[in-house]
Ligand binder design. Sequence first.
Ligand code: NAD
Length: 569
Amino acid sequence: MATPGSSSTPGKTPAPAKAGAAKTTKTTRTTKAVSTPKGSSVSTPRRKKAPKQSPMLRSFNPRTGETLGEIPTIDPAEVAEVVARARKVAPEWAAILPAGRVRILKEVRHRVYELMDEIVDTVAAECGKPRTEALAHDVMPALMMMSYLERATEKALKPKRVGRIAGGLLGLSSRVEWRPFGVVGCITPWNYPITNSFLAFITPLFAGNVVVIKPSEVTPACGELLRKILEPLPSGVATVIQGGGDVGAALVDAPCDKISFVGSPHTGRLICAAAAKHLTPVVMELGGKDAALVASDADVDVASSGVLWGSFFNAGQTCCSIERVYVVDSIADEFTSALLDKLQKVRLGGDDGDVGSLTFGRQLDIVKEQVDDAVKHGARLLAGGPDAGVVNKDGSLWYAPTIIENVNDEMKVLHEETFGPVVTITRVQDEDEAVRRANEEATNLTASVWTKSKKRADELARQLRAGAIASNTHGQLPAVPWASWGGVGESGFGRLNGELGLQEFSVPVHVAINQTPSLKNPWWFPYDDATRNFTQGAIKLLGSPKIADKVSGLGDIARNIRTAIKGKL
Ligand code: NAD
């Protein structure tokens, strides 16, 4: 039987029967106006008829099953209008130079700091995670991203002079400018409802785009918080719309000028297909089945602590949590026993524990199904499993941290993303086998190698296929805003962090200034002998391996260029 709250439209409650029974019928709210009068909302459509009542989203605490509130959604039919209004604001936001944008966006960082306690309360309650995790993983990374972008944006988006020598010979001065796309639609998941939304929308904003954000329907109170965090921005620059997959689909179809998506490969495919209709470019930050490779010379104490945390922080509901461990046989007993000892000291529990509940009922179903399937096919449960930990009641969503050994190819848990507190341990003969299996058995979003040798770490990292690779740490890389963040293969494409992220949300435009505006080009009409000889000379110069040909090519160019230019129509 499905777990409560695990339907495909999680947390959605039917529309109230009577109009007006909802807390509010306003579906979108935006912030202070750039050019519209104070208090006017650029994204609330004016209509004569009473608006159709959209479903409410239920916010609940998955540690207890207690309902926290209801949040109104937008009618998907109204989403295109929200995007159209954002598009009107886009040129004004784009016209502000990076330094000016940075000054305005700094206010958002200060707002996060100001709202820190409310963010921690809301995230911890709605996600079921310990307060320390909410603080460390949903407040801290947002601040780190913004601090980095405030320092990096101007330099990263500075127009770049290119081809000084080659272009100079052609009389061209070229530069590449980084210009915003316009409206970026940002569609985000529930696991780090603040951080992963920031990951999707903050770089586009710094790059001069306006954003329409569709946070996850699983954590709607956090979505409302985003609205509050973004209040310091001019109206229409960052608009939050709430709703389920249908609202996300309407955002893609609005259409936007670019889509920034963080979520599952399944939804990623749907979005790619829908975006293709409008040729909208997309960034796909998807899931993975990350591997940790424990080498024969690993520091067992460090590796077991790091793998413990890397597997179970946020109850394993992290795109880059460790789901597969490949440990070299010679060290496997020692490593596994240290891991199990340490797991016993991990506190499951409420606000002040180490590991919280799951957040989303659908996820609990997947975890149960994968563990049952593995056990059925011969896996051995070393810790956790369906009968361990907190007993669920009143719709709470607990599952104990689970370690599985003796896994084989038939099991889903080895190939499909779990996104829960489950890790498999596979003994391998040596590091080569570890690398091969890590690369072949599933897609890594990230991967880690655990070894005391920096040289070996480098060698192993070079052989691994993943979007980010770390040695002797795992899980922290999305929160390193100065590097790149993104996947390979099924774990996605495009990059969110670092200079590459700023450039990902910018259109590179080549602007070329002809330095000899009063001269015609030698390759224009008509194609006479001088044009042909000049072209052949250039080809000899570029293509021939022989010095003599190159010299002869130069001669052809010099003899013919003047005539070629003169004879033009
Ligand atoms: P999901 O794909 O179910 O939902 C993500 C978002 O997409 C939600 O806001 C949802 O409403 C929206 N959506 C659903 N159907 C849509 C449609 N047809 N068109 C447009 N939008 C639609 O994912 P989830 O369960 O919220 O999140 C878990 C997944 O996200 C995992 O696979 C995890 O690995 C991945 N993830 C990836 C990263 C990363 O940085 N690579 C970070 C966090 C989570």
